[in-house]
Design a protein around this ligand. Structure first.
Ligand SMILES: *Cc1c(COP(=O)(O)O)cnc(C)c1O
Length: 382
């Protein structure tokens, strides 16, 4: 077996390791001061007033749904072209995810389809910044305001991205990030919600700690033992050990985004003369953070199919991947919400054509050239 170039991978250096060791020698392994420092660093970076750190991106989505009081029967509009957790978080709170299709050139949620799906029970929209390109937040904001509903961003792909000079993390009422190792920066597992709304921030701080009204450190400072659980919450806390890694990683993010964008530019140039594939569209008022680099296999007559290209890339040592199977086609959704093929035709057609190519901050030029070579060879032969 040839060494496989993965589609994504973390970059961890000695500085990161030192930062983690320092916390291991300190008094607080969890609910300590390093959590606050990480939250402040992310809030500052994305230009939001508050940031609440939790144990994963999925926990962050769940906390956001709790903050805005999604409950039994409430409808939340989501795109199908995303990781299942975006819709699952709605279901965790008893809500109903209503799938609105994407635009075919970018695979971002289509504001016109969002309008069509609004009902008297709609409480929120969760927009997904697919691949790292922000959605059209000006239009989504207008739709949300006109209908008195909340706008949430699943910005798990978009840390460092911008829409018209505003950072992902400050574009919606609440924005969600993940620090899984495939994402821009990692804490092993981890997530964050950013918001300018103090009430939402307070609700999420409570929610991540069983909805108990004080945390361990607050009680330690006061020297008391009494606490009350005021609602049903979870243990979604993130540790100081993880946050130390996050703080150290965040310092490198601007350089890493430059590298991701450079790799993307390289791919786009190299594939410009290849008739079998085309990259997704990048809109002029967006600064793309390239969590993913996605190409569409055109699959016209006599040309290679997506599955053939996928197999050729994998056997050439390229860890290609597919993001995503439309969420409404998963058995859980088909069975629970009676969703079926035909509900979101643009996403369904795109799903049969897309491939994600390797892109991450530590991917070197030699490996980028291997990816390009393997792709051009495979499409040439077809
Ligand atoms: C990664 C991701 C999540 C979930 O994050 P975890 O940290 O893995 O729980 C949710 N939504 C999207 C779009 C993601 O890419």
């Amino acid at each position: 077996m040839k060494k496989l170039i993965p589609y994504a991978r973390q970059t961890v250096d000695e500085q990161d390791i030192e930062a983690v060791i320092k916390v291991l020698r300190s008094d607080w392994l969890t609910t300590g001061p390093t959590v606050d420092v990480f939250e402040e660093a992310v809030a500052t970076f994305v230009e939001a007033r508050y940031a609440v750190a939790v144990s994963s991106g999925t926990a962050a989505l769940h906390a956001a749904m709790y903050a805005i009081e999604i409950s039994q029967g409430d409808e939340v509009i989501v795109p199908p072209m995303t990781f299942a957790a975006t819709a699952n978080a709605v279901v965790f709170q008893g809500g109903v995810p209503v799938f609105a299709d994407v635009t075919s050139d970018t695979l971002l949620i289509d504001p016109e389809k969002v309008r069509e799906k609004i009902s008297p029970r709609t409480k929120a929209i969760v927009a997904v910044d697919y691949a790292g390109q922000p959605c059209d937040y000006a239009v989504l904001r207008k739709i949300a305001d006109e209908n008195g509903i909340v706008l949430v961003a699943d910005a798990c792909h978009a840390l460092g991205a911008k829409y018209k000079d505003c950072r992902a993390g400050s574009l919606a009422d609440l924005s969600v990030f993940s620090f899984h190792p495939v994402k821009h920066i990692t804490t092993g597992e981890g997530g964050m919600v950013t918001t300018d709304n103090n009430r939402y921030a307070k609700r999420m701080r409570r929610f991540r700690n069983h909805c108990i009204d004080t945390d361990h450190r607050q009680r330690a400072e006061k020297g008391g033992w009494f606490y009350q659980m005021v609602d049903l919450g979870y243990n979604y806390r993130i540790s100081d050990i993880q946050c130390a890694l996050g703080i150290s990683q965040l310092k490198k993010l601007p350089e890493w985004i430059k590298r991701r964008r450079k790799i993307a530019e390289h791919y786009t140039d190299a594939f410009s003369s290849c008739r079998a594939v085309e990259p997704l569209a990048v809109l002029p008022d967006r600064f793309h953070a390239y969590h993913l680099y996605v190409i569409r296999v055109k699959s016209e007559k006599e040309q290679i199919t997506r599955d053939e290209l996928f197999t050729a890339l994998r056997s050439g040592g390229v860890g290609a991947n597919v993001h995503y199977i439309p969420v409404h086609l998963h058995p859980f959704y088909r069975e629970t919400f009676k969703t079926a093929e035909g509900l979101c035709p643009v996403s369904e057609a795109a799903y049969r054509q897309i491939i994600s190519l390797p892109i991450y901050s530590g991917l070197n030029d030699a490996d980028v050239d291997i990816v390009i070579h393997e792709l051009l060879c495979a499409t040439d032969k077809a």
